[in-house]
Design a binder for this molecule. Structure first.
Ligand SMILES: [Fe+2]
Length: 358
């Protein structure tokens, strides 16, 4: 009896378990395939189950049909239940149609081969089984990624709603900013990955306001300087909340910089234009437009005309030129409209209180 050893994966080779009561056949197959696969052998069904428990999982199991004790069909049926990812091949000297049908009907086999099986056919069959196993792994990974994406979307939407629930005047703001920022991003030729980053950053850009007392956010009138300072911490707080996300996915950086201005007059870091990431430059313009068009506790909506005038007037000074141009183009030539979320919105001519446009 050949005792299976349990070494680690040999240089990325697929693990294959060969089960046959003919020791000479096992040895000849092992010599033939050992360079291509990491091979384990067992001389009975029981021994194979022991090898599975001790050394599994295997990518492929090749089992003889007729063995003393447990036959190949029973073994592969058990393997299909205990190790469903292991691809199963039945090998037999008895070209038994009924055995093949039984094995297929039990869902126990991927392929049925008859002895004497040409070595090349056996090699190709095991290689095909390994490819099938890889396909199954890829499908499972894809499924897991899709579930992660759904989960992430739920978390993002939940956090977005959380911060907006604390500030009645913020309702729908992050969604509208995201929609406008994405439209601008498309005008600017951003890639799909850049747009997705911008989308997540847009939906969460004010998440740092969870740190701000609700009273500051919803109180009419001018805030004291220290209260304003607390509100102006929200980009940094948002960055702290999200900074552990993948470093190649600069959502947190965009959020941190969405109130920076090209001339360095923004906050929290007072960065000059060259140090502000593109996503934050786009988000800044979209944020200002939507904020000016929204009602605030200390003023009614200023209207889209005032917002576009603000962007045009400060194009290149406060706002990135290309982002500003994309925004103006969308509204003036592409017919873009912000979604209405509050009653009574209109072109109310009121001076802009920049200290509160957060
Ligand atoms: Fe903000």
């Amino acid at each position: 009896m050949t005792k299976p050893a349990c070494p680690g994966l040999e240089g990325g080779k697929e693990r294959v378990l060969l089960v046959d009561d003919d020791q000479n056949l096992l040895e000849s197959i092992r010599r033939l395939l050992k360079d291509e696969f990491e091979l384990f052998t067992a001389e009975s069904g029981q021994e194979a189950l022991g090898a599975l428990a001790a050394c599994g999982p295997f990518t492929v199991i090749v089992a003889d049909l007729k063995m003393p004790g447990m036959d190949g069909i029973e073994l592969l049926s058990r393997v299909s239940r205990s190790s469903p990812d292991t691809v199963r091949i039945l090998l037999t000297g008895h070209a038994d149609l009924q055995a093949a049908m039984d094995a297929a009907n039990l869902g126990a086999v991927y392929r049925f081969l008859t002895k004497p099986c040409p070595p090349e056919l056996l090699r190709l069959s095991i290689a095909a089984a390994c490819e099938h196993a890889q396909l199954l792994r890829d499908q499972r990974e894809l499924f897991a990624l899709k579930r992660c994406k759904v989960l992430l979307e739920g978390i993002v939407r939940g956090f977005s709603a959380l911060v907006e629930a604390r500030d009645v005047y913020l309702a729908g703001h992050q969604q509208r900013v995201t929609a406008l920022a994405l439209a601008m991003g498309q005008e600017l030729g951003l890639t799909g990955a850049e747009l997705e980053t911008l989308r997540i950053a847009g939906l969460l850009h004010d998440i740092g306001k969870v740190y701000v007392p609700a009273d500051f956010l919803n109180r009419p009138g001018i805030l004291r300087q220290e209260e304003l300072s607390v509100i102006q911490m929200h980009p940094e707080v948002g960055y702290d909340i999200l900074k552990h996300l993948d470093q190649d996915w600069p959502v947190a950086v965009i959020i941190r910089q969405h109130h920076e201005r090209m001339d360095g007059s923004g906050y929290p870091q007072g960065l000059m234009g060259g140090f502000i990431v593109q996503g934050a430059r786009i988000l800044a313009v979209a944020d200002v437009v939507d904020a000016m068009c929204s009602h605030r506790p200390y003023r009614p909506s200023l209207g889209i005309n005032a917002a576009l005038t603000e962007i045009e007037k400060n194009r290149g000074r406060l706002y990135d030129e290309r982002a500003a141009d994309a925004c103006l183009l969308l509204f003036r030539e592409r017919g873009y409209r912000l979604e209405e979320t509050a009653p009574g919105g209109g072109n109310v001519k009121t001076s802009l209180d920049k200290g509160r446009e957060t």
